[in-house]
Ligand binder design. Structure first.
Ligand code: NAD
Ligand code: UDX
Length: 467
């Protein structure tokens, strides 16, 4: 079996960085080079202060601290890393296309193609190329077409090895993965490549958790896994709207149905809507693929998951506006949280962005506090939507480092991320410094209605009526 001694990972993002750090720490005899074209990002991965790493994940700095400079290296020298590697992971971003055919739905594969062309140009000996990015089913065909036509005799095996980590628990998920999926050709050399990749993971995971499939099943399974997870969130969120009309409590409904072992209890937390860089992008991609094969009913079925998610975000914003006497113009609305979930500094597709946008349309003044998200990120998230100029955004949105200052003189607080610290705050003190009546809209269901009502808040929690 081919023994892997040197790994290159192209793309030092939320997946490439943590994944390779864990591989390096668990496989001390393998040299791992993580490369990226973004110099600023690489500088942060190399920063001597581990609190400055570009990705915030519990446990990440410890793993990086252990391996960096020994067998884990971050650099922008992409060509040298490709040249030295036996195995190359492609872990670049695959965002939704914003132009041309498939705009708004298809995955933009330009970064993947650039990587393949670069590998084809640089490689002088045989390589295993691993798709780590989430890709539309049949993308390996494109990689093969680029890599198998170099004419220089170099042989490439293409594997699909999608990543299932969730942000906020990435290190835990990597160290104790439910499964590792490896797709590859069903040929002797394909099998050898799959076994070589499997042996990397076998350093710390039992072999039974490593699944091997053909390459197409592997590519498609990643999109399907995300679609099923997101569909659970949209399903329970649809029920949260019904609970608010009927005095049922969505947490009790989740618990009642989750006890059924066929349904299971996880991923049934109603919220202001799912965010993150994956769910929406991957479902849109699934919808696009289904449509492109003429499967309109399949496309419509999955699109509904996104429609329900948009509805949930809009419903939350509308409830704030109608409850505040149908106008938020000039009112101070404090946002607790901006990240798309707790324990990450990632804000991509965060519900907070869309709730803020809806309130800004009504001329609200928004003041944001998030323990891990910078002012610059918040401004550029809003600017990216294209609905307001940078100047308008800076006039209407203030970002503070202090949760108390954020709540001071606010008409309302909206909880947009479930950061643990929000539960620990002195809510009586917060009540005292807010304008009265003091409204709290809990989009993450982390606060206790009895306590909040007892203090005197007008308290609204997604998925239940105010007791
Ligand atoms: P990211 O945007 O955080 O990182 C991607 C990196 O790739 C960027 O730093 C970018 O500069 C770099 N890059 C782009 N083109 C390059 C090139 N030609 N050469 C070198 N570097 C290049 O993205 P991410 O969140 O790490 O996601 C990467 C892939 O993994 C995506 O396909 C995503 O769908 C998938 N994925 C993400 C998650 C997640 O939780 N974020 C989980 C599972 C799978
Ligand atoms: C997801 C998948 O879980 C992971 O396997 C895949 O590799 C990448 O996409 P991620 O987006 O990082 O991971 O986080 P996840 O925990 O799935 O949460 C996604 C969104 O759904 C968050 O906004 C979260 O708050 C929301 N969510 C999740 C709910 O609203 N309710 C739930 O019960 C679970």
């Amino acid at each position: 079996m081919k023994t892997i001694k040197n790994i290159c990972c192209i793309g030092a993002g939320y997946v490439g960085g943590p994944t390779m750090s864990v591989i390096a720490s668990k496989c001390p005899e393998i040299t791992v080079n993580v490369v990226d074209i973004n110099q600023a990002r690489i500088d942060l991965w190399n920063h001597e202060d581990l609190d400055k790493l570009p990705v915030y994940e519990p446990g990440l700095k410890e793993v990086v601290g252990e391996a960096r400079g020994k067998n884990l290296f971050f650099s922008t020298d992409v060509d040298s890393a490709i040249d030295e590697a036996d195995m190359i992971f492609i872990s670049v971003n695959t965002p939704t296309k914003t132009y041309g055919k498939g705009k708004g739905q298809a995955a933009d594969l330009k970064y993947i193609e650039l990587c393949a062309r670069n590998i084809a140009k640089v490689a002088v000996d045989d390589k295993i190329v691993v798709e780590k990015s989430t890709l539309p089913v049949r993308t390996a065909q494109t990689l093969k077409s680029i890599l198998h036509n170099t004419g220089n005799g170099v042989k490439f095996e293409i594997l699909s090895n999608p990543e299932f980590l969730a942000e906020g628990t990435a290190i835990e998920d990597l160290l104790d993965a439910d499964r590792i999926l490896i797709g590859g050709d069903e040929t002797p050399s394909g099998q050898e490549a799959k076994n070589a990749l499997s042996s990397v993971y076998e350093h710390w995971l039992p072999k039974e958790r490593i699944l091997q499939t053909n390459v197409w099943s592997s590519e498609l399974s990643k999109l399907v896994a995300n679609a099923f997870l997101a569909q659970r969130v949209s399903s329970i969120n649809s029920i949260s709207a019904l609970c608010e009309k009927t005095d049922a409590n969505v947490a009790e409904v989740s618990r009642a149905i989750g006890y059924d072992s066929r349904i299971g209890s996880r991923f049934l937390n109603s919220s202001v809507g799912f965010g993150g860089s994956c769910f929406q992008k991957d479902i849109l991609n699934l919808v696009y693929i289904a449509k492109s094969f003429g499967l309109q009913e399949v496309a419509d079925y999955w699109e509904q998951v996104i429609i329900m998610n948009d509805y949930q975000k809009r419903r939350f914003a509308d409830n704030i506006i109608s409850t505040l006497y149908n106008t938020v113009s000039g009112k101070k609305i404090a946002f607790y949280g901006w990240a798309f979930k707790k324990d990450t500094n990632d804000t991509r597709e965060s519900a907070a962005i869309y709730v803020a946008d809806a309130l800004l349309e009504e001329n609200a003044h928004i003041v944001v506090y998030d323990p891990k998200v910078s002012k610059e990120t918040i401004y550029s998230d809003l600017e990216y939507l294209g609905n307001k100029s940078r100047e308008e955004i800076e006039n209407l949105v203030t970002v503070l480092n202090d949760p108390m200052e954020t709540a001071k003189d606010a008409h309302a607080i909206a909880v947009l991320t479930e950061w643990d610290e929000f539960k620990e705050y002195d809510w009586q003190k917060i009540y005292d410094i807010m304008l009265k009546p003091a409204f709290v809209f809990d989009g993450r269901r982390i606060l206790d209605p009895a306590k909040m009502n007892g203090i005197g808040f007008k308290f609204y929690k997604i998925g239940q009526t105010n007791d």
